[in-house]
Write a protein that binds this ligand. Structure first.
Ligand code: MN
Ligand code: MN
Length: 383
């Protein structure tokens, strides 16, 4: 990549002209392939990028939360994401929702719990690189430990909103007091001090750091469900290739994760996640570190290139071809997420490599030595 000018202008190879009107230089600097698109880009392709930095942030006593849904990134109908921070002891209010929830811990640590339909309570502590998965409809809790926590949440519907979950305080405050008294077998006065925070809910609030897990376990007769709702993704042995490495987590190893599949991808500087596509679902990306660019091939002569950096969300509609190139000088790290029980991709190079050579040659006029050198296995990340 050429050095980026502090005053980028859409002028190149005798084309274009300087910007005379109002402009936003920081955004133009972050998006050089939007300011001057590659000449291979063509046609109308929907927006496939959203920075969490542009998402509304809900700032409360226990931390903050910002979401990227179809309201922010209209093309992403299958998946929505939430970036959430809880300060030490901070509590995400007891709740449940219609969507399945998958999470990746970005920093710090927290304690999660989930109740299954058999009345069994699963409780565990998670830290950087760990996942949790909550099936749709099951109630759960999240509380930050002494170091606080930040995590990414992924939901199996683009229309999800963190502001539309079923909150325990909301239900209490919208049930007649005499019914609450009957339900719990106590006097109505027991509910005189229900919280009446904004909207009669708490959503997220400051709390005390809980004791060690052994001292915070559910009391008898609560039992642990047979399956785990957490997973140590960073403990997985990565698949290494010359340009980087990847870890795939889906229902084949993290068995409860029946609605979300994930891949954690690392690409070394200058490397490329090879030209590929996914035969089962849209792709939803979250960039954790570094910077890169992606061109999405939309068929019908259409393609569009986007630049991404840590904190951005990227999207690839179902079956569209794409690559991701590390354009920075540090390792590019991102998550590929799919609304599926399994991760699946198709490699362009492998497809060409296993076809009869004459058939490939008839299409692309490639030399015999190029065709002979095509891989029979997926290259993955290319140096
Ligand atoms: Mn939730
Ligand atoms: Mn992909």
């Amino acid at each position: 990549m050429s050095a980026i000018s502090p005053d980028p202008q859409p002028v190149i190879d005798g084309r274009g002209g300087t910007i005379l009107g109002p402009r936003n230089v920081p955004i133009e600097l972050e998006n050089p392939d939007v300011l001057i698109s590659p000449t291979t880009d063509a046609g109308t392709v929907p927006n496939l990028k959203w920075p969490f930095a542009l998402s509304h942030n809900r700032v409360l006593s226990g931390g903050w939360a910002r979401e990227t849904t179809t309201r922010e990134l209209a093309i992403s109908t299958e998946i929505a994401g939430v970036n959430m921070r809880l300060t030490p002891g901070g509590i995400r209010e007891l709740h449940w929702h219609k969507e399945a929830e998958w999470a990746y811990v970005i920093a710090g640590s927290c304690r999660i719990s989930i109740l299954d339909e058999e009345g069994r309570l699963f409780i565990d502590d998670v830290s950087v690189g760990d996942l949790w998965y909550f099936p749709a409809g099951l109630p759960h809790s999240i509380q930050a430990l002494a170091d606080g926590v930040e995590f990414l949440l992924v939901f199996d519907s683009g229309d999800f909103s963190e502001n539309e979950t079923f909150l325990i305080t909301d239900w209490f405050n919208h049930t007649p007091r005499e019914v609450l008294a009957k339900n719990f077998g106590v006097a109505e006065s027991a509910f005189d001090n229900l919280p009446t925070d904004i909207g009669h809910t708490r959503y997220m609030f400051a709390g005390e750091v809980p004791p060690a897990l052994a001292d915070d376990a559910p009391g008898p007769p609560a039992t642990q469900p047979p399956q785990s709702f957490t997973w140590h993704m960073h403990a997985q042995e990565p698949t290494k290739t010359p340009g980087g490495q990847m870890r795939v987590t889906d229902s084949r190893n993290f068995t409860v994760s029946e609605r979300i599949a994930a891949a954690l991808i690392e690409i070394e500087p200058g490397g490329v996640r090879e030209l590929h596509w996914h035969p089962n679902a849209d792709e939803w990306q979250y960039y954790l570190k570094g910077q890169g660019r992606m061109t999405v091939f939309a068929s019908g002569g259409k393609s569009r290139t986007f630049d991404y950096q840590a904190g951005d969300v990227g999207a690839v509609p179902f079956a569209m071809g794409h690559y991701i190139e590390n354009t920075g000088d540090e390792t590019l790290v991102f998550l590929e997420m799919f609304r599926s029980d399994h991760f699946a991709d198709v490699s362009l190079a492998q497809w060409m490599g296993v076809l009869p050579p004459e058939l490939v040659k008839a299409h692309l006029n490639l030399d015999d030595d190029v065709i002979a050198g095509l891989p029979r296995t997926k290259p993955g990340m290319v140096a």
